[in-house]
Design a protein around this ligand. Sequence first.
Ligand code: ADP
Length: 383
Amino acid sequence: MLPSKLKVGVIGAGQLGKMLAEAGSPWNIEFHFLDVNEAPAQRLAYSYVQGGLKEAKAIRELASRCDVLTYEIESIDVNTLLELEKEDKEIIPSPKVLSIINDKGLQNNFLKFHNIPIPAFYLAKDISENITVLKSFKGENVVIKSCKGGYDGKGVEIVSKEKAISGYNPFGTDNTLYEECITDMQEVSIIVAVDKKGNYVTYPSVAMEFDPKINLVSFIYSPGGFESALENKMKEIATKAVKAFQSPGLFAVELFVHASGKVLVNEIAPRAHNSGHHTIEGAYTSQYEQWNRILLGMPLGNTDFICPAAMINLIGPENGSGAYELLGLENILQIEGVYVHLYGKKESRPGRKLGHITILADTKEALFKKAEKVRKEAVIRVL
Ligand code: ADP
C-alpha cells in the first residue's frame, strides 16, 4: 500500500522538479521545494522554502518538512547533505555521489578506478610537464574542462592541441581537466534506475543531437536504433558505472559511442535528465514516475517504450531576453501524438530551456518526419 502522506523534499524547483511533482500527483505525494526565487515547480509545491541552494539553514528547513530528500540540480551544499545523512535523514541519491560527480576530475578518477571506459585524461594539477601526455592523445584537438561548476557545456572548451601545448588553461591549474577529444561518435544517454534494495533497470538508449552553438541537447529520440549487441554493451557499461556509486537513485549516463563500436562514459547526472523527457508519453514508466517509485521504496517500473519517441527542446533564442511567446502552438496541437510542455518561466534568455515537445509515431521514419514539421512550426519569439 502507498503511504498516504509521503513528504518529498526537493532541492531545486526547476523543470525537473516540476515534472517529478506532476508524476507524483496521482499518488498524492506531498512535494516541498527549495529554491532561490520563484521557479517552475513552485505552483505544485505543498510548501516552498525560499533560500539559497547552498544555504545550510534553508536545506535544513526543507529537510525538517519531509520524509525523504532528493535534488534536481547538482550545484548545492553537499556538506550539509552529508551531515544530514549522518543524522539518518534519507537522501536519494546519497550526497556521497554528489561529492564525486561535482568534480569532473574526481568523477574521472572514480570511473577509471572502477574500470569504466572513459576518454584518456589528466588533471592539470597532477602533471607539470604535460606536452608528452597531450601529444599522446589522439586527434588534432583536446577538450579542456573546468573540474567544478560547469553545466550545459559551460566550462568545456575544445581547442587545438597546439593551443593546449602552448599553455592555454582557462580554468586554472587546480581546476582543469584535459581530455582526449573523441570524434566520429554519437552522443547517447542511458538512464539507469536503482531502487533502495539495489535492484536496477535501464531505459533503451537515447540518441542525442546537440546545438553546436549553445552546446545544449536540441533533439533526441528513442530507441537510438543501435544493433542489439551495441545496445547491450551501452547498457552494461552504464549500469556498471552507476552501480559503482552504491546508491539508489535515477541516473543518466552520458556516453560517447564511437563509429568503431567503442563505448566511453562522458559523465553521469544523478537525477532525471533532459534526455529522458520523452519517457513521459513514450515509455510505460516515465523517468519521473520511476524517480517517485525510488523515493517511495516502490518496485521499479517497466522502462520499455510504447512506440518510438522524440523530444525537441524549446530554447530561448539568441536575439534577446524578456517575455516571450511560443509561435505555432495551434498548428502543433493539431498533429497527432505531439505533446507540449511549458515550464512556466516568465522570461526568455539566450539558451534558456523554456519547454519541450514530445513526439510519438509508429516508426522511426514517421517520427523524424513529424519531428521536422514540429521543429519548423515551434518558434520561441521574444516579445
Ligand atoms: P557539461 O557537464 O557542461 O554538460 P560535458 O562534459 O558533458 O559538460 O561536455 C559538454 C559537451 O562537450 C558534450 O556533450 C560533448 O558534446 C562535448 N565533449 C565533452 N567531452 C568531450 C570529449 N572528451 N570528446 C569530445 N567531445 C566532448
